[in-house]
Write a protein of this length. Sequence first.
Length: 199
Amino acid sequence: MATLRHEFYETEDKVILSVFDKGADPEQVSVKFEPRKLSYKNGEKELVLEPLRSQIDPDASSYTVGKVKVEIRVVKIAQGRWGQLLGDSPDPLATFATSAPASAATRKPHKNWEGITTEILASDPEVTSDKDPNAGGDNAVNSFFQKLYGDADEDTRRAMMKSYVESGGTTLSTNWEEVGKGKVEGKPPQGSEWKKWGA
């Protein structure tokens, strides 16, 4: 049975799962939503995710078949970040290594930049304008970057995450061809000096 590569990002009230199934025929694709289970099927290709991290609303959940991927929108029963797709009980400290084999089987052995991104986004407190002058009253800057990341393809997401993490937050690149070649060096703002933590 063919396994399907997938990735996700989340908001407080839903999980958006991308299943990479190029050229999928909408007539052949079937997605079944259950309270703690999601099943995707397209001919011989199948993806079953269970138990989901928390309960979902099967009636409110939906999906769209695109040319390159199938986007599945899963609506959460209880608002809040999951941090990962699978898990028996909600645990904000759980790591991606504890994911069920269904998820691990589709992962390549290289560093999982998508997983790291989701973990960071899940653990970051919301930034308000009184804490960060760059954040608009409606978190416009954060919303822009979340939309940019959410709408990007897999290579662009990996490039954004790898460049940001390796440069210590001083570089954000969307070019995986360039970023994937090696470590991204930190570039401090003009007039600043780069120092390692504790140095």
